[in-house]
Design a protein around this ligand. Structure first.
Ligand code: ZN
Length: 338
């Protein structure tokens, strides 16, 4: 009960990539980069295990950005045609590649990483993939002509990939869809259908992560415009309750999301964000437990998986470690009360 997990990413070691930056360039190349990424995964696992995290990830140590890891493995994307666009409804600018032809996978994209992750821990492992809408929002489309069309094409490719990962022993596949808090109409029109397509036929557990973004300035500024209560989830959760997705990872710590909204998720797993990634202050275990107790007023304890609000890749590494320990200790505290 109250098995812990993390949204996905952890900071990378300074010898691997520039610290505290998104899209940080690698500091190694060739065989040294391959070895360095594997070593970083070992360290990420060690940090999680020591903190008492039950369902671990590779800390996304092998990808430059949570979207690029998958997109770099696709045919039909031209990385020599980078253009600057406003993503997440123009909240911030990003240089993105152009889709110039039908999208296909060149072959398995993350199989080697999943195999390595599986070999390095006895704990349950979660693998994260970007969701169809979030990829569609982080790419320039010069081929499909509509976000729904490219989104459904991406969903089919994510499904191919996810089936292979599940066959390698991955216990949970999580799709990251921060775009679901931005394009509420599109979520209804095609977003949930795309998620259903992406997880079709998977034998493992599944989840979708929907957050208000990393703790970077563009996001904290955006949050100030959202009013005293953030109710975006109120529109999407009833749709997700009726979807094939097994669980939802959301932001609860230090946010203005009314906790009562999680009752809209029906019997889904709820990955309760009990650690804030937008603050440099380390939560106490008691604070983490308080968030979990609040969540348990609205859904059954058996549905709850204590988690981080979002990825921790832009954080200071020691800070992220301390937050992991707070999460593990806070969950243990709440568990003892059950
Ligand atoms: Zn997130």
């Amino acid at each position: 009960m109250l098995d812990t997990t993390i949204a996905g990413s952890l900071p990378k070691p300074a010898w691997l990539a520039t610290p505290k930056a998104l899209w940080a360039p690698w500091r190694l190349e060739g065989a040294a980069l391959e070895e360095g990424r594997r070593d970083a995964v070992r360290l990420a696992l060690q940090d999680q295990e020591e903190a008492g995290i039950d369902i671990v990830t590779d800390g996304e140590q092998t990808r430059r950005h949570f979207v690029w890891g998958f997109v770099e493995g696709l045919e039909g994307v031209d990385f020599s045609k980078m253009i600057t666009i406003g993503i997440r409804a123009d909240r911030y600018k990003a240089d993105v590649p152009t889709v110039t032809a039908p999208l296909t996978r060149r072959g398995p994209i993350h199989s080697a990483e999943a195999r390595f992750l599986r070999s390095q821990t006895r704990r349950r492992v979660k693998f994260t993939l970007p969701g169809p809408m979030t990829i569609a929002d982080t790419i320039h489309d010069a081929h499909y002509g509509s976000r729904a069309r490219i989104g459904m094409a991406l969903a089919a490719l994510i499904n191919e990939e996810a089936r292979e990962l599940a066959a390698l022993g991955v216990d949970v596949i999580q799709l990251d869809e921060p775009a679901f808090n931005v394009y509420m109409d599109e979520v209804r029109e095609w977003g949930v259908e795309a998620l259903n397509r992406a997880v079709e036929g998977l034998p493992c557990k599944t989840a979708v992560h929907i957050c208000y973004g990393y703790g970077i300035k563009a996001n904290t500024d955006w949050k100030k415009t959202l009013g005293s209560e953030w109710r975006q989830y109120e529109l999407t959760f009833p749709l997700l309750a009726g979807s094939r997705i097994g669980g939802v990872s959301l932001e609860c710590a230090g946010s203005r999301v009314p906790m009562s909204l999680i009752s809209l998720l029906g019997d889904k797993d709820v990955l309760v964000g009990a650690v804030d990634v937008a603050s440099d202050r380390v939560e106490t275990p008691e604070e983490v437990a308080t968030v979990l107790r609040e969540a348990m007023k609205h859904v059954k304890p058996s549905q709850i998986f204590p988690c981080t609000n979002c990825g921790m890749v832009p954080l200071d590494r020691e800070l992220a470690r301390a937050k992991l320990r707070a999460l593990g200790a806070g969950a243990a505290l709440a568990r003892r009360e059950l």
